[in-house]
Design a protein around this ligand. Sequence first.
Ligand SMILES: *Cc1c(COP(=O)(O)O)cnc(C)c1O
Length: 227
Amino acid sequence: MPQENPKEKLRENLERVLRRIERSRLGYDAHHIVSLVAVSKYHSKEEVRALYEYGQRAFGENRVQDLRAKCEALDDLPLEWHFLGNLQENKINALLALRPSLVHSLDSLKLAQAIQKRLGDRKLRMLLQVNPTNETHKNGVSVEGAIELYEQICAECPNIILEGVMCIGENSTDRRVIEQGFARTRDVFDSLQHKGAKILSMGMSEYFEIAIAYGANLVRIGSRLFG
Ligand SMILES: *Cc1c(COP(=O)(O)O)cnc(C)c1O
């Protein structure tokens, strides 16, 4: 038996995930386009490089220091970096210096104001993180407060370009609970069309096909890609 080649395994994982995304998006709507962010936290820069060679461009990290290490180690590649994690105010400058393509985890007016203050004349693309079932251990704003907060950030923070909403899947094995979380986040997204919301970031390795069935157009997948 030939030894299993780890790069070959990554290629197979990527192909399998892309096939599943393709099937799900066609099931939703032939015109629906879904982006894939490969979540590389817990994985090495060599693995990121391998996925890049197989065509993947967008990667996500959830800690500023890990993002910085990967950005620096891979700055010869034209990668698109997404920041997904809880952002502490004392890390804002460090994050901005890395010029992330999109930050998915804005969850308060206070954080938005702190970022606005540090942006100067730069701009930052962000998503509002929603916590659709108000699970207390999770970041994100309630569905009830999301619309008002989104509008307030748009009004008060002109250098933050809010482009949509993100949610983390429910911590449950009950499919109805999972679906309810996605459906509620989708409702928030639909209510923000007048504000130009265009990105609905939901779905991780476990339930990304369900997320796409509820209209997700960006999925964040880690373990199913990297193994
Ligand atoms: C880790 C992480 C993911 C990916 O999770 P997997 O289950 O490994 O696919 C997606 N989104 C966020 C915010 C994460 O922290």
